[in-house]
Design a protein around this ligand. Structure first.
Ligand SMILES: Cc1cc2nc3c(=O)[nH]c(=O)nc-3n(C[C@H](O)[C@H](O)[C@H](O)COP(=O)(O)O)c2cc1C
Length: 379
């Protein structure tokens, strides 16, 4: 679920072999990693090694025969991040001056995603004013840099220029990709989809909830490092859903009720199929249990998030629901969000903080909700 396309550019420094560990770690974390190497990098570590750990052919030639008509553009088109590790003084100088003389420098120049550089070199090369000017140019153009470490260098001297620990680079990558695990160690119960109330032995009273928001929330919560339990409400009536939530509720830190729970059920469920011959048929409905209110009353420190789907007076109705049900946070959606991949939303919390999210993919809305929960829970 964490998977993003990451380009790892490798240049010809002694720390090339350490980039093998970085690529391997990113691949194991579920990312799609494309390695791009300079010719000089291939003198230090064979492309075959990077191909094996990334499980993808390495790009090392700008004019290589292949399927993509313009390889350096196709390479970076849907990339989430370009990491240059290790970055040699030579390639840094080229990039700072906009040179594009090989597949790595050309694709770097074409990439529009965030860019992270990990300079590693001899201390004098690093301290050289020209290198420092080049690094500053790259910072000014929006690149993020990880400072090299100070210590023993491969050339046999001490100084600043060492390639940092790969975990330092991974933490920065997670931060740039918005994957920082803000909810690590938290257990989150999420409901999604719509409940189905039986009318007779074959028919149900259902709603148009697609469950997309619930699944987006589950994905965002996992990305944030939480331990997630997802309940698909479409497998239950309201009472069944209540029982299912109750099985987990005591053990969780957060309950997010994104499920569209029926407000009414049939007063009597026919044990057999209702005959279809009647011209008019009246079914008496009765109120179902209010699950949000019920679990708000049961909680022992759990953080409770509700959803409000309204046709009119979105904010006013959501504010009322937040207070009446004693929630920590409510997400108000317009009815147009039903079934769609996108949603506008208003987040209102119990302290009166309001955040309006313009039309966004549901996964982005879900990520914002996780950020709010994490910020609130960590006080
Ligand atoms: C054994 C050896 C180790 C090197 N280590 C580094 C290094 O750690 N950092 C660096 O910037 N250059 C280092 N260089 C110099 C680069 O390999 C050289 O500048 C080369 O042109 C870089 O090419 P590239 O940037 O296209 O990969 C080293 C050279 C040799 C022969």
């Amino acid at each position: 679920m964490r998977g993003k396309k990451i380009i790892v550019g490798v240049t010809g420094g002694i720390a090339c072999y350490k980039a093998v560990g970085l690529v391997s770690f990113l691949k194991k974390s579920g990312h799609d990693v494309q390695v791009v190497m300079t010719e000089n990098a291939a003198r230090f570590v064979a492309p075959l090694t990077f191909r094996a750990v990334s499980r993808r052919p390495v790009c090392s030639e700008a004019f290589a025969p292949g399927d993509a008509p313009v390889p350096h553009i196709a390479l970076v088109e849907d990339a989430a991040l370009f990491v240059l590790a290790p970055a040699t003084a030579n390639t840094i100088a080229k990039l700072a001056n906009g040179l594009a003389d090989n597949i790595l420098t050309t694709s770097f120049l074409a990439a529009q995603c965030p860019k992270l550089l990990v300079p590693a070199m001899n201390a004098n090369m690093y301290a050289n004013k020209l290198t420092q000017i080049n690094l500053q140019k790259l910072r000014d153009s929006g690149c993020v840099l990880i400072e090299p470490e100070t210590g023993y260098l491969a050339c046999g001297t001490q100084g600043t220029g060492r390639y940092p620990d790969n975990q330092v680079i991974v933490r920065k990558i997670d931060e740039l990709l918005g994957l920082t695990e803000k909810l690590r160690g938290k257990k989150i119960l999420i409901t999604g989809g719509g409940t189905r109330e039986p009318l007779d032995s074959v028919r149900v009273l259902a709603n148009n909830s697609s469950g997309k928001m619930g699944l987006a929330l589950a994905e965002a919560a996992e990305q944030a490092g939480a331990d997630v339990v997802y309940i698909d409400a479409s497998a239950y009536d309201v009472q069944g859903l209540q029982e299912k939530i109750a099985e987990h509720f005591a053990a969780v830190d957060v309950l997010i009720m994104a499920a569209a729970v029926a407000d009414y059920r049939a007063a009597r469920v026919s044990p057999v199929k209702i005959k279809s011959g009647q011209e008019r048929l009246t079914i008496e409905l009765t109120k179902t249990a209010d699950l949000l209110k019920y679990f708000a009353g049961q909680r022992k420190g759990q953080y409770l998030v509700g959803f409000a789907l309204e046709s009119t007076a979105l904010r006013e109705n959501a504010e009322k629901k937040l207070k009446e049900k004693g929630l920590d946070l409510i997400v108000a959606n317009a009815v147009s969000a039903l079934g769609s991949n996108e949603s506008t939303a208003i987040l209102l919390d119990k302290h009166g903080k309001i955040e309006t999210l313009e039309l966004l993919p549901k996964i982005k809305v879900a990520e914002k909700i996780m950020e709010r929960i994490a910020a609130d829970m960590h006080g």
